[in-house]
Structures are given as C-alpha cells and as structure tokens.
Design a binder for this molecule. Structure first.
Ligand code: ARG
Length: 545
C-alpha cells in the first residue's frame, strides 16, 4: 500500500517531469495538498507562474483521486482528495494486518548497539535514553522487515574489575549475594582505595592480569558480578517494556581474544604506529589518535570498538550499523568508523551511524543529579514517575518525553508535565486510544454494528482525520530511514488531536445507520493506528484509563 500523498505525487511528477514537493495544505479551504511546482518551473523557463500552473492543471488527469485541482495565489496548485478516495484508503488501512506499514523493498541486516550499561554499576539517567531510543529503532526497523540484531555492549571488562574483585576478597564478601547497589558502592570504594593505597593498587593490577589469564577464583567472582548485574538489568528492561534479552549481550569481555589480533593486524599493515610507546592510529581530522594498545600493553575502549565492528560485519553480516550513545561520544565513534574504513573492517557497502543524544536535565536546567551529586539512577527515575501515575502511564510519560523532544536536544525531566493527560504527552496518546476503546465497548454493549468500511466522510473533521491516518506508513518509514523518533511522536500527537476534533464535531454513537457504522469504523482505524504507533515507541496502550 502506497500512501495517497505518494500516489498523487507520482502522477504530478509524470506530468511535469519534476518532484511536485507536495505539502499538506495549511488551511482546509486550500484542500489537502499544495504544490509550488509551477512557481519553480516558471522561474526556470522564464514564464508567468500562473500560466505554467494552468498548463499543468490542464494536462493532469487525477480525476479518479481528486476534485479538479485549483490554481491559487501566485501559482500554487491545490489538490482536494475526493471523500471516496480517502474513505477507500482508510478502509484498506483498517483491513491491512500491517496497518499500512510497507515492508521495505531493501531489507537489511541492521545491527543496533544500545543500552550497554556497565557491570557492577547501576544504570543511570544516560542509559535511560539509549535504552528507550534503541528499543524504538529495533521495533520500527523490525516492523518494516529488516533483520535487526541488538548488541548490548555492556562494560564488563577492564582494570576496574581488578580493583573490585580485590576489594571483595579483602572484605571477605560473597559476590553472588550482593545487590547491584552494594556492588556499585564497592565499585566506588575500590576506585578510591586504588588512588589512596599503593599496595592495594599493586594487588589490583595483579588481579587484572589474573582475570585476563583466566584464574579460576578471579573469574568466578567476576562472573558472580556479571550475574547479579544482568539480573538487575533484565528486571529494569522488563519494567520498561524493552525487548532486550540475554541473547543480545555482547559485552566488552567477549572481544578479549580479538584485541591482540586487531592490534597486530593494524600494526603489521602500518595502519597503526608506535607513538610514545603506545600503538596508535592517527586519523585525519581528529585531534587525538585512537589508542590501540597502551604503553603498559593494555587495550582499551577504542580497540574494543574496532574489534566490535569487525565482528558485526564479518560474523553478524551487518549491513547497517547503528550506535546509540550520549552525544559526547560522537568523536570517538566517528574516529573509530574512519579507522575501520581504512583498515577494511568496515567496507563501503556497510553504513555506520552514530546517533548521539542530548542530556536529561533536572527542573533546575542542570544535568540530572542525585542529592549526593552523582548521576541519578534509572530506577529512581522510574520510581519518581510511578509515584505520580500507574506503571503503564508512568512508562508512557517517560518514554514519550524522551522520544518526542528530538534526540540531539537536551530535555528537562519534569515528572508533573510528563504524566499530564493533556498536551503533547504520552499519557494523552494513551488516553486517546483508551477513549476509542471505550466508544467501541459501548457500541458493542448496545448492540450497535461497527462497520468494516469507511463509506461516508461528510464532515471536514472526519476527512482531516482520515487523511491523517493514511499518513501512518510514511511516518514510520521516515523513522526507519532518518532515525528521528520525534517525528513519529509528532505524527501520533497530530492524530490524537485530529481524533479529538472529529469526536467533538461528529456524533458517533448518537448518529444513525451507515453514517454511524462508518464513523465507528473510523474510530476502529484510529484505535489501531494509535495502538500500533505506541507499540513502535515501546509504549503500552491500555484499553481503559
Ligand atoms: N558502556 C558504555 C557507557 O555506559 C557505552 C557503550 C556504548 N557502545 C559501544 N560500542 N562503545 O557509557
């Protein structure tokens, strides 16, 4: 199913030879779409625009879709769809098991790196965004027929685990019995002790070696920390309606054996060079080189990300790589991508995109912190929202606030605004959906037939709603391509607003006969679009509120 806008656009393009750039009309009296194609052509041909527009209108046959196109103002062409065209379109949407989502003609293997919290640490406010945004990408791309592979690149390796295991042993603790909060506290204390106590620091360094060389006890403690962390992450994912599972775990530790291989490969081919004792890749246009191997022989974050690209391309056969992290990591990823291209790990046929998100701010406009001054834990944010609303509504509030504000922008975590059921919020969309459920329940209870066809679109408000609903597939396809979920949020909000106007202006249960059947079918379609759209955002759509 191709959208009405696309069909009409193709027709006008066929007649004029150029993209008509159809825009939704700004006022109902201008019809449904407007094109400035005549103005552009007139300029190029040096002819009066109204004359060009009149010529186009004469040569165009869109009578099966539209009322006769109208010439307006300096040379705009206005198109008004026939009510029957709109009705047929929405009827098809209602019958379509895919709700107007068009499977991609170019299915890809898409690897998405998101969430990626750190072991033995609580997920913090930054992880809120990557988790929500990545989950939305997963849902949207999968819904359009791509093969999506999630990679939860958890921070489960590195020198911090030497410190942590050492302190756990020193304090005689059983790591399998720790809560994540306790592990997090130990993590902080072990880092402090490392700075303050040189003997502890030496033992912690020896522990890193023991961990890497597979010492049984050290590995066992580490693996306990992994288990308690994964369990805590999973319970947060479940609470947040996030699709990640243990199968998606691909932590830093899983690249351990690849790191020396990557370093040797880059060094042998002269892509990496020794500089002040460290093995580095200098990438043009970046201030600092990537450090592949530190002076002390250790590998780091850069090396792991190169190894990860290599695996994602050669083993997972990814064709589109997406990374969702804090915007402050943009340079890191762009440099890694460039080096991976040079090394041939990332061939030109594979795209790599870093989606960097902005900060979550407190109501004081500063980065969201706890009273102690550390980044707020994700769980505390969920708790705060659930103090104000039932869990599904709280979740809608949080996710929608996150997704609707534009990924690269900072936004304010203002619980009271987010949970409101009026205005541009998640709960407002849920409410619009629940209201349609309510209407349809009432119809059923009263034995009123609900049509499976939209037949009579008499009123402007129902036409506007129908046109809005017909744009759903395009809105979703746009997110798949541009990775900008706020546009799907805006689409759904506009839909809820059009629905409210329709419901206010057009009696549904109080009308009669075929008009009532058709209007109920329109309600059913609106409910379906809202439920599907919310699901793509990872937001539940309760039947009652
Ligand atoms: N663990 C990192 C953090 O919490 C994010 C990892 C992102 N993914 C990656 N491939 N580097 O900031």
């Amino acid at each position: 199913m191709s959208s009405l806008q696309a069909t009409l656009s193709d027709r006008v393009r066929a007649a004029t030879g150029v993209d008509p750039e159809l825009r939704p009309a700004t006022k109902p009296q201008f019809g449904h779409f407007q094109s400035n194609v005549a103005l552009r052509l007139a300029k190029a041909e040096g002819r009066p625009p109204r004359e060009v527009a009149a010529g186009i209108i004469d040569s165009l046959d869109v009578s099966d879709l539209c009322e006769p196109p109208e010439l307006a103002g300096p040379g705009f062409i206005n198109f008004r769809l026939k009510p029957s065209t709109l009705a047929d379109e929405v009827t098809a949407l209602l019958a379509d098991p895919r709700t107007g989502l068009v499977p991609t003609s170019d299915p890809k293997r898409v690897v998405i790196d998101y969430s990626s919290p750190n072991v033995a640490k609580q997920m913090h406010v930054g992880h809120l965004r990557t988790t929500i945004i990545g989950d939305c990408f997963y849902r949207v791309l999968a819904a359009l027929g791509h093969t999506v592979i999630a990679q939860n690149h958890i921070g489960d390796w590195g020198t911090q685990f030497g410190k942590l295991v050492e302190l756990i042993d020193e304090e005689g603790l059983d790591a399998s019995q720790l809560t994540l909060e306790q592990a997090d506290d130990l993590y902080v204390r072990s880092a402090r002790k490392f700075e303050a106590d040189p003997e502890f620091a030496d033992r912690a360094r020896a522990r890193v070696v023991a961990l890497q060389s597979g010492d049984a006890h050290t590995r066992a403690v580490w693996s306990d920390l992994m288990k308690i962390s994964a369990a805590a992450f999973n319970s947060t994912y479940a609470r947040m309606n996030i699709l990640l599972t243990d199968d998606d775990l691909a932590g830093e530790s899983t690249y351990n054996d690849d790191l020396p291989v990557v370093a040797a490969d880059l060094e042998q081919r002269g892509i990496a060079v020794i500089d002040a004792g460290a093995l580095c890749v200098f990438v043009e246009g970046f201030n600092a080189p990537l450090i592949i191997r530190k002076r002390d022989g250790g590998f780091n974050y850069d090396t792991t990300d190169l190894a990860a690209i290599r695996r994602r391309v050669s083993e997972l056969h990814g064709e589109r790589l997406i990374y969702v992290t804090d915007a402050r990591q943009a340079d890191h990823f762009h440099e890694v991508f460039a080096a991976a291209r040079t090394a041939g790990y990332l061939p030109d046929s594979v795209s790599a995109e870093h989606v960097g998100y902005g900060l979550v701010l407190g109501t004081d406009g500063r980065p969201f912190k706890t009273r102690e001054g550390t980044a707020a834990s994700l769980v505390s944010l969920l708790d705060a929202a659930e103090e104000k609303a039932a869990p599904p509504v709280a979740l809608a509030a949080i996710k929608y606030a996150d997704l609707s504000s534009g990924i690269n922008k900072d936004y304010v975590f203002d619980v009271d605004r987010m949970v409101a059921t009026t205005g541009n919020t998640g709960p407002y969309l849920q409410y619009a959906h629940a209201r349609m459920c309510q209407v349809l329940r009432k119809a059923e209870a009263d034995g009123i037939p609900v049509g499976d066809k939209i037949t009579e679109l008499l009123e402007p408000a129902e036409q506007t709603l129908a046109l809005q609903l017909s744009g759903f597939g395009d809105a979703v396809a746009d997110v798949a391509e541009n990775l900008q979920p706020h546009r799907l949020c805006a689409y759904l909000y506009d839909t809820a607003v059009a629905l409210a106007a329709f419901y206010e202006q057009c009696p549904v249960l109080r009308s009669e006969g075929t008009v009532r059947e058709s209007r109920l079918a329109l309600c059913l379609t609106a409910r379906k679009v809202l439920a599907t759209g919310l699901d793509l955002l990872g937001i539940p759509a309760p039947d009652r509120m």
